[in-house]
Design a protein around this ligand. Structure first.
Ligand code: PMP
Length: 397
């Protein structure tokens, strides 16, 4: 008997919350836990550009035969253009190679497995705090996880000096996980000068950046959000990027992302990429096609691409509007604590500063679900649920 000694796994901090939310019978309950975009009516819509691409695929797709290990090649080219722009040295010099992978999570896992098995890297530095699944993914792949300072709670801002000091203590060949934009959970990103400093530190200490790029387009726009990544790619000889289209194309359940390796020269890129493909072969052999075909169909068609960009802009602007409304509504509910910092954060999340006891009261007494760390998904707020949320927060503060 082998299963009798298996212990029950603890609930996932974010997905476990969704299970509890679903089981809650209250009518006016609100889920601000998981990072899923909701429109003003509280729905997670399929983008129009996606539906049109799917209609096109229905008639143009001729076969369901296996893809290669690296997935849809037109998709992989389109990913590189989104990441680096249309004219970047790492692409022009054939130093960047991309493999389609299942979502941001699958891309991170493939990257981590490759790094553990085929390079000397054994440690990855992640920001404190970071996305709840990072440690889990990296440790499961066999990496040691260390954390670097990032967030100063008193001022709700980036503790950049402490971040540099911690990364200075990393050893040669260590990996540094960087959030490309819309840092999860704090919503606080580096500015241009800070990106350059981090890139230079990586060069001088021989550290290898691993970019987690799950929110391109949710900060300031598709191009502006890639600024940090492009500065780093201009500066360091080697890096890896794991990107996701779950959020910016609304393709959550299609599991579509990519892992891109950038090496010091074209020969090393080919070698590294061959091992990324062998990692994929040993994990799931080759990826599913549908999500990649949707993304490449959209990005290769000027009209569909403009439609997608307009829909993405609408999502970004709605979240920004909810940020301002949230801050205003808290004041209207008599909250005197300063929450203005929430208006300046980027992306889907805000790190509210609410403590565990307050988070627990929000759930138990008001049916308002947020992550234990105090992270709130602003993307789940609407004009309709805002009064419930703000009244609840005003009461527990
Ligand atoms: N990285 C970060 C920072 C995320 O927030 C998420 C999704 N919550 C992911 C990666 C994973 O994305 P996916 O759902 O595409 O696996």
């Amino acid at each position: 008997m082998i299963f009798s000694k298996v212990e029950l796994a603890p609930a996932d901090p974010i997905l476990g919350l969704t299970d509890a939310f679903k089981a809650d019978p209250r009518q006016d309950k609100v889920n601000l836990g998981v990072g899923i975009y909701k429109d003003e009516s509280g729905k997670t819509p399929i983008l129009k550009a996606v539906k049109l691409a799917e209609e096109k695929l229905l008639t143009s797709e001729k076969s369901k035969s296996y893809l290669g290990m690296e997935g849809v090649q037109a998709y992989n080219r389109a990913v590189q253009t989104l990441l680096f722009g249309s004219d970047h040295t790492v692409v022009n010099q054939s130093r960047a190679l991309t493999a389609q992978a299942p979502g941001g999570t699958g891309s991170l896992r493939v990257a981590a497995e490759f790094l553990v098995r085929h390079t000397q890297a054994d440690t990855i530095w992640v920001s404190n705090p970071t996305w709840a699944n990072h440690q889990n993914i990296f440790q499961s792949a066999g990496l040691k996880v260390q954390s670097y300072a990032y967030y100063k709670a008193e001022t709700h801002s980036l503790d950049f000096d402490a971040m540099l000091a911690d990364l200075n203590a990393a050893k040669e060949g260590d990996l540094v996980l960087l959030h490309g934009c819309c840092h999860n959970p704090t919503g606080i990103d580096l500015n241009e000068a800070q990106w350059l400093q981090v890139a230079q530190l990586c060069v001088s200490k021989s550290l290898v950046p691993l970019f987690d790029f799950a929110y391109q387009g949710f900060g300031a726009g598709v191009e502006a959000d890639a600024e940090g990544l492009r500065i780093v790619a201009d500066t360091v000889p080697e890096l890896i990027i794991a990107n996701s289209f779950s959020k910016n194309f609304g393709l959550y359940n299609e599991r579509i992302g990519a892992v891109t390796v950038v090496a010091a020269n074209d020969v090393e890129a080919v070698n590294a990429f061959s091992q990324i493909k062998s990692t994929i072969r040993a994990s799931y052999s080759n990826p599913p096609a549908h999500g990649a075909l949707i993304v490449s169909t959209i990005l290769e068609d000027e009209a569909l691409k403009s439609m997608w960009e307009a829909e993405l802009t609408q999502m970004r602007e709605r979240i920004a509007e909810m940020r301002s409304l949230f801050v205003r509504s808290l004041k209207d509910n008599g909250v005197t604590r300063d929450f203005d910092f929430i208006s300046h954060q980027n992306g889907m999340f805000s790190f509210s500063g609410l403590d565990k006891a307050q988070v627990s009261r929000l759930k138990e007494e008001f049916g308002v679900y947020i992550v234990g760390s105090g992270r709130i998904s602003v993307a789940g707020m609407t004009k309709t649920n805002m009064p419930v949320i703000c009244k609840a927060i005003a009461t527990v503060l």
